[in-house]
Design a protein around this ligand. Structure first.
Ligand code: CO8
Length: 260
């Protein structure tokens, strides 16, 4: 099949493995995001599933973030549809009742970082060549308030403020120091560690853990739900600006030129 995301549920442990498999860089296209949300919804509704480990099947890359081509030279209707799909993915992942563990086995800029930040726990391969962060400012665009809220809830205000303004991509060891990822492990130990962490979280009764998670995240989730249409309008207006289109085109050209 041409699925962009592989999902395998181990019924005995109640843990699903979700692997991003959309080469070359697991960019979050409209199709990818739609499949991601549907996969999460299916697992959420499956009583046999209590936890999800999210990782990548593409070597060296977790996810390159939002697919920039979805934000370049498209119609207003397309931008709106795309943005609704980004919101949907985040609402499902950040608001999931399941235990979510990100096993970050490669670079994870922008939207890729958001996916990891939305999980309950982050383990990253201890390779300084892999970096993670919300680098939107480097593209001449601004991280939406709910990306920012998610980031602040993980690393705290000061670190988020500096990192967002600079559009920093933090190499794994630095990301760990900042608390952006919870743990570093050698790459070959990543999946084993993720399974161990998952078992630890699943040892608790679901009900108490779920209510606690909801208590911690509800305010931030509700803020997007309450302003969802306005947020779409803002995105469409922002991304339709010629100056923003130009920034995005220049960034894509830079990516291509940078190639050796
Ligand atoms: N979208 C679309 N195409 C991409 C993206 C992307 N995010 N990232 C890479 N590609 C393409 C490259 O252009 C390249 O295409 P081609 O083969 O045709 O030249 C191909 O994928 C492979 O990329 P690289 O050669 O660069 O692969 P490397 O292994 O050398 O590097 C990286 C992988 C590290 C992932 C690198 O590609 C990279 O840094 N990509 C850019 C990542 C990035 O900055 N993403 C930010 C996206 S914006 C976002 O997620 C949030 C926006 C919030 C909206 C704000 C309101 C407007």
């Amino acid at each position: 099949s041409n699925n962009k995301i592989q999902v395998e549920l181990d019924e005995s442990s109640g843990v699903a493995m979700m692997k991003f498999k959309s080469p070359p860089v697991n960019s979050l296209s409209l199709e990818f995001l739609t499949e991601f949300s549907i996969s999460l919804e299916k697992l959420e509704n499956n009583r046999a599933c209590r936890g999800v480990i999210i990782t990548s099947a593409v070597p060296k890359i977790f996810s390159s973030g939002l697919d920039i081509t979805e934000m370049c030279g498209k119609s207003v209707e397309h931008y709106a549809e795309f943005w609704r799909a980004v919101q949907e993915m985040w609402l499902r992942l950040y608001g999931s009742n399941m235990v979510t563990v990100a096993a970050v086995n490669g670079s994870s800029p922008a939207g890729g970082c958001l996916c990891a930040l939305s999980c309950d726990y982050r383990i990253m391969a201890e390779n300084p060549k892999f970096s993670i962060g919300l680098n939107e400012a480097q593209l001449g665009i601004v991280a939406p308030f709910w990306f920012k809220d998610t980031f602040v809830n993980v690393v705290g205000y000061r670190i988020a403020e500096r990192s967002l303004q600079l559009g920093s991509l933090h190499p794994a060891p630095e990301a760990h120091k900042l608390g952006l990822v919870d743990e570093l492990v050698p790459e070959e130990k990543l999946m084993e560690k993720a399974a161990a962490v998952m078992a630890q979280w699943l040892a608790l009764p679901d009900h108490a853990r779920q209510l606690t998670k909801s208590m911690m995240r509800k305010a931030v989730l509700d803020r997007l739900v309450a302003h969802r249409e306005e947020d779409i309008k803002n995105f469409v207006t922002f991304v339709s600006k010629e100056s923003i289109q130009k920034s995005l085109r220049m960034y894509m050209e830079m990516l291509k030129k940078r190639k050796s």
